[in-house]
Write a protein that binds this ligand. Structure first.
Ligand SMILES: [Cu+2]
Length: 168
């Protein structure tokens, strides 16, 4: 009788360990990839949704006739009354450095006093491609804007903006 009870106790303990292991380790999310076309003056698609823990790749391609850039942030900053970037850069505020292949990566340093910090990828020519890969973190949860601020903000004013929605 006694050994039956201890057997049940051990079984119960083993099941609890298994259950807690499952609940604290949800299955990993599949990596996702988005092809984002940049043109005059739009990102296509213009809305992208990702989740915390996901490895995300943006395959960027310039299908336009002139150069385009991509920045991801919040709160458009003005420079001499022109939109020039974001006051809050998503990658910088989350302290994440995407891995980029192709294109030109530019860190906007605080070089003329009022510039924001920021991360951008520039595709100079028609057909230029770049890929940026990063893992989504908790610090990114929320809604962000994707934008191109070239030509003194004319691209942005002409509608070259989109949305990145990050859910927990
Ligand atoms: Cu542009």
């Amino acid at each position: 009788m006694k050994s039956q009870w201890s057997f049940l106790l051990i079984l119960f303990a083993a099941v609890s360990v298994l259950v807690s292991a499952c609940s604290s380790n949800p299955p990993p999310l599949e990596p996702v990839s988005f092809r984002i076309e940049m043109s005059e003056f739009a990102f296509s698609p213009d809305t992208i949704e990702v989740r915390v823990g996901q490895e995300v790749t943006f395959e960027l391609i310039n299908v336009g006739l002139i150069e385009h850039e991509i920045m991801i942030g919040r709160n458009v900053m003005m420079d001499h009354n022109r939109p020039s970037g974001y006051m809050v850069d998503m990658f910088e505020s989350a302290n994440v450095e995407p891995m980029v292949m192709g294109g030109s990566v530019i860190h906007n340093d605080d070089d003329h006093g009022e510039a924001h910090g920021g991360f951008m990828v520039l595709l100079e020519e028609t057909g230029d491609q770049a890929s940026m890969t990063f893992t989504v973190t908790e610090d990114m949860v929320g809604e962000w804007e994707i934008g191109c601020f070239l030509l003194d903000g004319v691209h942005y004013d002409s509608g070259m903006a989109g949305k990145l929605i990050v859910s927990p």
